[in-house]
Design a protein around this ligand. Structure first.
Ligand SMILES: [Zn+2]
Length: 163
């Protein structure tokens, strides 16, 4: 069966993912990454289409088969990481820790992944992201001093009240 042209394939995947931000983000990440949807082995093994009952055709990805597919597919570590992140966004176990998947990305792929995460966290752009939290004491984003101080201050206040 001849495969769909890339633009029809993307349109079919987007149609299937539409209105679920996690699925939209997974498809958008693959499209932005611009690698896997060009690979005949990926499309043949993991992309399903229905063009007999649906016009225009719809397409979807067997995300649950991504880890098994990657066990044999020749690719770079970042190509594999992006595909696993997309599978994870779509709700499937990528079988690698998120820390490992995120830490090896170059700037371009990091930007694609950040866009995908932002799409999910803003619920498809319907909810603005609040500005990053900063510690009121030290101004850092990652900090335990304020929690420690609050806990200590509360404990002292309780002690003081008891005297
Ligand atoms: Zn602090």
């Amino acid at each position: 069966m001849p495969t769909l042209a890339l633009n029809a394939l993307v349109a079919g995947l987007e149609a299937t993912a539409a209105s679920t931000p996690t699925d939209e983000a997974a498809v958008a990440l693959l499209v932005a990454h611009d690698h896997w949807l060009h690979r005949p082995d990926f499309v043949d093994c993991l992309v399903m289409t229905d063009r007999e009952r649906c016009s225009p055709p719809v397409a979807w990805i067997y995300w649950h088969e991504v880890p098994a597919f990657l066990a044999d597919a020749p690719c770079s570590s970042s190509e594999a990481a992006v595909l696993r992140i997309a599978a994870s966004l779509a709700g499937h176990d990528p079988q690698r820790p998120l820390a490992e998947l995120l830490s090896g990305l170059d700037d371009t792929n990091a930007a694609h992944v950040a866009d995908a995460l932002a799409h999910v966290l803003t619920r498809g752009g319907r909810r603005p992201l609040p500005p990053p939290w900063k510690c009121p004491d030290c101004g850092r984003t990652y900090c335990v001093c304020s929690r420690r101080r609050t806990t200590g201050a509360s404990a002292r206040a309780v002690e003081g009240a008891g005297r």
